[in-house]
Design a protein around this ligand. Structure first.
Ligand SMILES: [Zn+2]
Length: 535
């Protein structure tokens, strides 16, 4: 087996990650410092004295990281992923512009995920502390101070501080001294968390940048056929049982590594990790690139394809007309291709007419398009969707499956955050109706809280043609953009419990993000359209 580029890629990924670590650590700590100052200690003390516990949680729900505060983290992640992708694309003589969009999306998505994770963890920690303190009769003022101190900590660390403080007081330490020591402990734990986040997210971004570069190289046909991606663990005292097993594993360059086993015994001999016993992990997962766990320092490299060894694994399963139960991802069956192409051509034809019809309505209502470039669904996405429909309902024929797709033309329209959506949407709909397209569906996802999507989705029809029109506020469009790529990775997985698990996890976070606050919902959305709840 010939190793390609292993040394350079590996050291480069680590070097880039290391150079941006301090930046991420500092930005995280700065954001938490700002956040702590927002904790209304006096108001919380009063609410605790009055026994208004939900009031406390409400007051604290306003204390949340905003994308602006974490903007620094997004910038640092963007720098990391960009640097890594730039060097990788350059290596193949490709233009970085090919992956720029992916890098930007990755940074935004990661910052969004961190906001959700940190916010949820803090809320949980505070709820725990309040209920514990209640049982143990801690003075309200003490509780309020402690709440401020644990902002930004993990739930486990926050509870450790809480336990320490109570233990110190119980053992006779003065309140003042116990407080000081607890504060110091909380600061130390926060620093450790910042370190952890910085390490994990820089290595992830640096690996992902390299991955994006390889994706582009693969798209351009620059990788030798069958080139594989190999997991490279950093062999040092910190090599962990999970990465010991992953070290040397190979998959297709675009594929996912299985993180399902950990070593129960291994030794490091020279530059080799020798695993002698393993066990199955409680929560197996898959990942495109390292890290596989917090503070992981693994990287990836390219390896030439070992044709002999892989010959038997070649997937030559094909769909045919009789096979009513297609396997996901196998969307290159001739029939699927033909039908998808037909649908796509139809969408292109409709696009010209619909865009022309909408232009004056958009101008008259002073609306703006969002994601206008996505008004025709990609042919590949149509193929994917046909396969998905048939998988969800194995009784469908190819033709029935393709007929279920009705959003091959989709427009998104929005106004400013202060616009009167009720009036504007009505005017817009009237314009479309007057042009001969009747409203056949109006799904109002804005009317309900707690779902996995928000917005107002219309479907219009004229003759046999339909198209979808979504109304969004700048806020809901932003969340939509943020959430969208989260599913990309899961889509690539084969069907099974792993994929279901990942989807469930993503969905949980998606629901959280849509419902962190509801400021992206325009006022007066109750009672119009058909109230829908997704999720
Ligand atoms: Zn690792």
């Amino acid at each position: 087996m010939i190793l390609l580029l292993k040394e350079t890629t590996e050291t480069r990924i680590l070097r880039i990650a290391d150079s941006l670590q301090p930046e991420i650590r500092r930005t995280f700590l700065d954001a938490i410092t700002v956040l702590k100052r927002q904790v209304p200690v006096g108001r919380i003390t009063d609410l605790l004295e009055e026994g208004k516990l939900t009031g406390v949680l409400e007051a604290l729900s306003e204390v949340e990281l905003t994308p602006q505060q974490l903007g620094g983290i997004e910038d640092a992640i963007l720098q990391t992923v960009t640097l890594s992708a730039e060097l990788t694309t350059a290596e193949f003589g490709l233009d970085f512009a090919l992956v720029n969009e992916r890098a930007v999306r990755y940074a935004r998505e990661t910052a969004g995920r961190l906001i959700v994770e940190i916010g949820a963890e803090t809320q949980q920690a505070i709820a725990d502390i309040i209920s514990l303190s209640l049982r143990e009769g801690v003075a309200p003022r003490q509780q309020a101070l402690l709440i401020r101190e644990v902002v930004g900590l993990t739930r486990r660390d926050a509870l450790a501080v809480d336990r320490f403080l109570k233990g110190a007081i119980d053992s006779g330490m003065t309140r003042g001294r116990a407080r000081d020591q607890a504060d110091r402990m909380a600061r130390r734990l926060l620093k450790r968390r910042a370190e952890n986040i910085a390490r994990t997210e820089t290595i992830r971004a640096s690996n992902m940048g390299t991955q994006f570069g390889w994706d582009a190289a693969s798209d351009a046909g620059l990788l030798p056929p069958g080139t594989q991606k190999v997991w490279i663990a950093t062999e040092d005292s910190r090599t962990c049982p999970i990465c010991a097993v992953l070290d040397g594993n190979t998959v297709d360059t675009g594929g996912n590594f299985d993180v399902s086993e950990e070593a129960t015994a291994f030794t490091i001999e020279g530059d080799e990790i020798v695993v002698t016993a393993t066990r199955t992990m409680k929560r197996p997962s898959t990942t495109r690139t390292p890290p596989s766990h917090p503070s992981c320092r693994c990287t990836i490299g390219l390896e030439a394809f070992d044709r002999e060894a892989n010959l038997n694994q070649t997937n030559n399963v094909r769909l045919d007309e009789k096979n009513a139960n297609p396997r996901p991802g196998i969307d290159d069956d001739p029939t699927v291709r033909r039908l998808a192409n037909e649908k796509y051509e139809g969408a292109l034809r409709k696009e010209a007419e619909i865009s022309e019809m909408l232009a004056p309505i958009t101008a008259d209502t002073k609306a703006e398009y969002a994601a206008f470039s996505e008004r025709v669904k990609f042919e590949g996405s149509i193929r994917e969707k046909i396969v998905r429909e048939m998988r969800d309902d194995p009784t469908l024929s190819f033709r029935q499956a393709v007929n279920k797709i009705r959003d091959e033309n989709r427009y998104t329209v929005m106004w400013g955050p202060d616009a009167n959506y009720r009036t504007n949407m009505l005017a817009y709909e009237k314009g479309v109706n007057k042009a001969g397209w009747r409203t056949i569906k109006q799904d109002n996802f804005w009317a309900n809280d707690g779902g996995a999507y928000d917005g107002m989705n219309y479907m219009f029809q004229k003759g046999d043609d339909v198209f979808e029109l979504q109304f969004h506020t700048p806020g809901s469009q932003r969340i939509k953009d943020q959430v969208h790529p989260w599913y990309d990775e899961a889509k690539l997985l084969p069907d099974g419990p792993e994929k279901d698990g990942l989807y469930a996890e993503i969905k949980k976070n998606v629901v959280k993000l849509w419902n962190l606050d509801r400021s992206h919902v325009p006022p007066g959305m109750q009672g119009i359209g058909d109230a829908k709840r997704k999720g």
